[in-house]
Structures are given as structure tokens and as C-alpha cells.
Design a protein around this ligand. Structure first.
Ligand code: SF4
Ligand code: SF4
Length: 441
């Protein structure tokens, strides 16, 4: 069985929504479109208050190479541009649009029937114009990933259908309901990169998805691989190791070992952009949790507020104690239900009082459980100590930046230490130190 070192087995909790077909949520009256929905420089607005916009119309201009535009998910009028709640947990510049319900569509993209007639550069340009960014949560601009540095040859493309995060089923439903579009998107990626090897990676707790994609791909040069269910199986470096045996070096990226990993949702979005001429203006979101009255997988216009989707799911059986954008392991806890869905929001998880109860952290008992489960071979207890003591030199020397923030260490810690939060804080401090070191030569 293909495997990686470490990892954990949190309760899967996918039964709440895995059998629920994707259903469309009606676009709301007001939509909130943050100009920053990706890793990299935020785009610059090219619309102003009072402007009439169409569905699919570009709202921002990318600010540099590592940047993508956002588009209007509805037709309507720009009400204002101002700081508004963002799932990152702060207020960021947001284009607020009043939906006129007319659904007028206009896009700079053109649907291409025979995409093989396009050059790789054409596909990269379309990915950028369509605003594509990794929809598994990483939100790295797709056109940048499709443009490896000179001299780096990518021979292997891995389509990530692992969806190892508990509760979430958006990718699973996409694989069941849109397999042809996903496969076509993957072929576009392989063609663009000139990659010979293709894998679709799915955890073995999703046998139906394995079956459908295997049938569709039988006789092709793309292999569907059923991976042992273990968190964080869907992390980029763990997938590469499990499928190719190659290890991305410390501080390195997948292209350093000739690999490219893309989430299934992003592959479908690439298909939509190239073959249908539709930019990224909607996505599937799992709205779930034991207190949600009707958990669901919803096709949602970007910019819809979480509270609207909770009400589409008939609300909750008790007042929510914790609201998370994403899943329980890597998601971000929210202070309001007014945050909008963005490109990387795969789920909304709502926990009740009992599930959300948190105990006071206790001192480390040096059991080494966190070390055993760390998939990156780190020593989480030490990294957390370095962060607590602001010992940034030791944090850097001990590879704190290799942490993939999977949360496995916090999950197993019997002392309930906030390991991943401390390490995340340490990573951001060390990143700032490295940046200023570079700036100062
Ligand atoms: S240190 Fe980072 S990579 Fe290792 S288990 Fe903790 S969160 Fe995951
Ligand atoms: S799992 Fe918790 S208690 Fe055990 S060594 Fe790590 S930090 Fe300490």
C-alpha cells in the first residue's frame, strides 16, 4: 500500500453530506467580492461605485505575475468598494455588488471547442484571465503553477481527489457528478506542461469515485490510484511521495522533483474556462456539522455570505458555538457568519457547544506523540517552544517553514497544546525575518 510517514485518523464525519447531490444555491441580493482571493498580490479594482456589471465581467486587474483577477458572479451594480469581513479573519478590500437578477453574461473568454488547437501558452493565459487559483484551499494562482521555471521539467501530473479533511465532500461530489469535465481539465494540464505521467489520487474511503474515474479512464495513459485513508493524505508533498516515491526537498516545491499537483475542483474550473469560456465565479461548498438542520453540498456564487448558505440549509438546531471556513483540521475559525465564500472556501463547518468545547492546555509531558505523527519529520513540541520563546534563529534552523500546517500534532497532543497555532505564528515571524534579510542584502 502506498503511504507516507506519520499522519492521523480523525473521525471522518463525511456521512452527513456524502450522499447529497450538489444543488444550486440561488444567488443572493448582495454579494461581497474580496479583491484578494489568492496567494500573491491583490488585484486592483477596475470598476467604481455605481458601475453596471455583467456576470463574468472582470472586476480587477492582476497586480503582477503572481496575481489573478476576480469577476462578477452576477449582473448588477457596484454598490461600494470598502473593507469587509474576509475568511482569513480580517477585513480586506471588497467589491460589493447588488444583484439585479437579470443574469446578463459577458466574458473576455471565448469557448474553445477543440482545445487541442490551443498552444500551452494560450491555456496559461486563459487560466490567468479566468482568475484560476487552487480551489483545495491553497489558492495559488494556477497560471503560475503551469509556468515552471526554465530548466524544470514536469513529467508527472497528480490530480488531487483525496479530500482527506474530515466532514468535506465537495470534491467527492464533483468527481461523481462531473467526471468528464475533471478529466478533460486534467488533460489540459498535462498537455500544457508536456507531462507524460498522470495519476488521479483518491482515498479508499471513496470507492464510488475510484470506480467512476477508473471506468472513464480505462485504456488511457492516466492511472487512478486508491490511497489508504489517512490524514493529511491530500497534502501536496505527501501525495507526491506516495505516488512517485520522490521527496520534495526542504524549502523546495513540487517542480523540483518534476511533479505538479492540482485539486479536482481547479481542474474542472480550467475546463469551464477553456471549453465553456466561463471564468471562476462559482464553486461547490459543503455546509455541514451535526447541528446543521439540512447539511448540503451547494453550488454557490463566490461572494455569497456564509449566513445565507446556513439559512439555505435550514439553519441550526442550537446556536453555533464555532464556525469554521474549511474543515476541522486546516480550516480557519471565524468570528462572524457574514464572511463571503471565496475561491478557496471548500466548506463551512458549524460546531455545537459540546463539539467546540476546548480545555486549557497543560504542560508538555514529552510523550513524543506529536513527533510520531508529523508527516514532515519535524519536532512540533520544540518548534512550538521556539515560537513561545521568540527564538527565531532556532525555529528557522529546525525547519519551521517546512510545516504544512496540517494540525496532526495538535490533534494527538494529550496535553492539548495549541501546537499548530504557535507554529503558524512562528512561521510568519521567520518569513518576515527572511524577507527583511533579503531586502537588506
Ligand atoms: S508540525 Fe506542522 S506538519 Fe508537523 S504535524 Fe504539526 S502542523 Fe503538521
Ligand atoms: S504530543 Fe504534546 S505532550 Fe506529547 S511531546 Fe508533543 S507537545 Fe508534548
Amino acid at each position: 500500500m502506498r503511504r507516507f510517514k506519520g499522519g492521523v485518523h480523525p473521525p471522518e464525519c463525511k456521512q452527513l453530506t456524502e450522499e447529497k447531490p450538489i444543488r444550486k444555491a440561488d444567488p443572493p441580493k448582495i454579494l461581497y467580492i474580496p479583491v484578494s482571493q489568492h496567494i500573491g498580490a491583490p488585484g486592483k479594482p477596475i470598476v467604481a461605485k455605481g458601475d453596471k456589471v455583467d456576470r463574468g465581467q472582470r472586476l480587477t486587474e492582476p497586480a503582477g505575475f503572481v496575481s489573478v483577477p476576480v469577476h462578477s458572479p452576477v449582473s448588477g451594480v457596484v454598490k461600494s468598494i470598502e473593507p469587509f469581513h474576509h475568511p482569513l479573519g480580517k477585513k480586506l478590500d471588497t467589491i460589493i455588488i447588488e444583484n439585479d437578477g437579470e443574469e446578463r453574461f459577458s466574458s473576455e473568454l471565448t469557448a474553445v471547442e477543440n482545445w487541442q488547437s490551443l498552444s500551452p501558452k494560450d491555456i496559461i493565459d486563459i487560466a490567468k484571465s479566468a482568475g484560476l487559483a487552487g480551489m483545495g484551499g491553497a489558492t495559488f494562482p494556477t497560471h503560475v503553477k503551469l509556468s515552471p521555471p526554465e530548466g524544470k521539467k514536469i513529467d508527472t501530473v497528480i490530480l488531487n481527489g483525496a479530500e482527506c479533511e474530515p466532514y468535506l465532500t465537495a470534491d467527492y461530489r464533483l468527481m461523481l457528478e462531473f467526471p468528464d469535465e475533471i478529466i478533460e481539465g486534467m488533460k489540459m494540464i498535462m498537455y500544457t506542461l508536456g507531462a507524460e505521467n498522470g495519476f488521479v489520487a483518491i482515498e479508499d474511503n471513496k470507492p464510488e469515485a475510484v470506480k467512476i474515474l477508473s471506468q472513464k479512464l480505462s485504456g488511457s495513459d492516466i492511472t487512478v490510484v486508491s490511497l489508504r485513508t489517512k490524514y493529511p493524505q491530500g497534502a501536496e508533498k505527501q501525495l507526491i511521495k506516495a505516488l512517485t516515491g520522490r521527496e520534495v526537498p526542504s524549502g523546495g516545491l513540487p517542480f523540483d522533483v518534476g511533479a505538479y499537483v492540482q485539486n479536482v475542483g481547479t481542474a474542472k474550473a480550467l475546463f469551464d474556462a477553456v471549453a465553456l469560456g466561463i471564468p471562476l465565479i462559482e464553486r461547490v461548498v459543503t455546509v455541514t456539522g451535526s447541528i446543521v438542520n439540512t447539511p448540503a453540498n451547494l453550488l454557490v456564487r463566490l461572494g455569497t455570505q456564509a449566513k445565507e448558505l446556513i439559512s439555505v440549509c435550514d439553519g441550526t438546531s442550537e446556536p453555533p458555538a464555532k464556525l469554521i471556513a474549511g474543515g476541522p483540521m486546516m480550516g480557519i475559525a471565524q468570528y462572524t457568519d457574514e464572511f463571503p465564500i471565496i475561491k478557496g472556501t471548500s466548506g463551512i463547518l458549524i460546531l455545537g457547544q459540546k463539539e467546540a468545547a476546548v480545555n486549557e492546555p497543560k504542560p508538555c509531558i514529552r510523550c513524543a506523540k506529536c513527533v510520531d505523527v508529523c508527516p514532515m519529520n519535524l519536532v512540533p513540541t520544540e518548534l512550538a517552544n521556539f515560537a513561545e520563546n521568540s527564538d527565531w534563529e532556532k525555529a528557522e534552523d529546525n525547519h519551521i517553514l517546512d510545516c504544512i500546517e496540517c494540525g496532526s500534532c495538535s490533534f494527538v497532543c494529550p496535553s492539548e497544546r495549541n501546537l499548530v497555532q504557535l507554529i503558524k505564528y512562528g512561521k510568519s515571524e521567520v518569513t518576515n525575518i527572511i524577507r527583511s534579510r533579503k531586502q537588506n542584502g
